[in-house]
Design a protein around this ligand. Sequence first.
Ligand code: C2E
Ligand code: MG
Ligand code: MG
Length: 465
Amino acid sequence: MSQIETHEQFKIAALERQQESARRSALASAAILDTAPEPTFDAITRLAAEYFRADTVLLGFADESRVWIKSYWGEAVRELPRSGSIFERVLAEGGPVVVSNIANDPEFAGNRMRLRRLEVASFASVPVRSPAGEILGNLTIFGIEPRRKMVVDELRMLESLAEMVANQLELRRLRQAIGSQGSRPCSGDRKVSGIWPRLPDLRRALDQRQFVLYYQPEVELATRKIIGLEALIRWVHPDRGVVPPIDFIPAAEECGMILPIGDWGLAEACNQIQKWCDEDLRHRSLRVCVNLSARQFAREGLADHVEALLRQFGVSSRQLGLEMTESSLITDAHTAMEVLGSLRRLGVSLLMDDFGTGYSSLHHLHSFPFDVLKIDRSFVARITDGEQPLQIVRTIIDLARVLGMNVVAEGIETHEQFGLLQQLGCRYGQGFLFARPMPAEDVSKLLRLPGRVLPNPPAAANLPN
Ligand code: C2E
Ligand code: MG
Ligand code: MG
């Protein structure tokens, strides 16, 4: 062997050691190997199994000698030796490995691959990467029957699921970082700090009818037709003017006033639906969505209450939607499941609000009977920032398709966002680009537009607050 060759080999080995060490430190910083199983990982492997009709799905992360399986579907596997593993092969390829028929594969044909019980005929495996691009683990689907060739769309779906795993890791890391700085501005567990409003202020506001509902149109992106409205509460305060919900809903949640305020909101929305239908019978196809807080779930009889309201106002359950965030469901998941089940049987739509911001949105999406997923505004805002944010939204839309759910994108402000969302196959959206939340009388005017189609927004309609 010449000296140059030895030198080259030495350089390659040094580079490999460097890459391996970067991979190991990324793994350590995400604390992947030490953490408890994550429900979101289980949701991802289950989704992969359903989507690909796979016999077994494994999600693993590797240390020096083992591949630790963090979630499996099908055959129960906890760990695998790293040497000779599919992980090694994904690492060597630096990307996906698809083997449609192991018998024809030079590397695997010799030692027919087996999981513990399963004789495997085909597999596809994609890397799970750190934000810096190191391969931390792999997501693999296995089949007993040889597969026909995997098409580009299928591979992209598998990569999207692996990306979802990576996003979950990143989300957890960010949350830990924010948590250690002390504060976290999240609607679900926001602590009320200021002294205003207190319970008597809120009670007085309710008695004196100072709350109003504004409505923001929800449109079909391809046609700009108004298909629904979201009811958003405002407090018209005699001294302070129009107070946004962020300034009083957390206080109302904490002191319990959210219950009577929420009841009022539901009744008011039903009343308004009836009024719009009186204006034009065709408005019966509109769905008006009301936001619900955690406390409203914890109370018994929500479904009965909603049913009584629908009857009182002569409104069909198809005309009502209820939006809730993930954080409002996890306080008491068992009750939430029962309540959601009864609401669903009633026929009202259930929308998961602010999707992607919670701890394990995907897990909850899969376990609760939602029919619509609303992509949080923060994802839409970043969609034009590059490939990664775009990929997140693409994954969410793909997942919704797998789960048979509709998607509404929140907070569309620019033509660029609008265009990209359409390209990604998102059907519905709402945002300042189309219309801001407005009083019911103004909505009536919009509803009188021919075909309920909103005019094309002006070219420079980039409208932050
Ligand atoms: P949400 O349900 O996610 O509502 C969407 C929020 O995004 C609304 O803020 C809306 O005005 C705003 N928005 C819509 N399009 C755009 C856009 O293009 N750009 C920007 N920057 N913002 C946009 P809003 O009305 O201030 O409501 C905030 C939150 O308060 C709501 O978030 C919801 O969680 C809560 N909320 C509103 N009404 C009620 C209610 O009646 N009951 C309960 N429990 N919560 C409510
Ligand atoms: Mg909402
Ligand atoms: Mg939202």
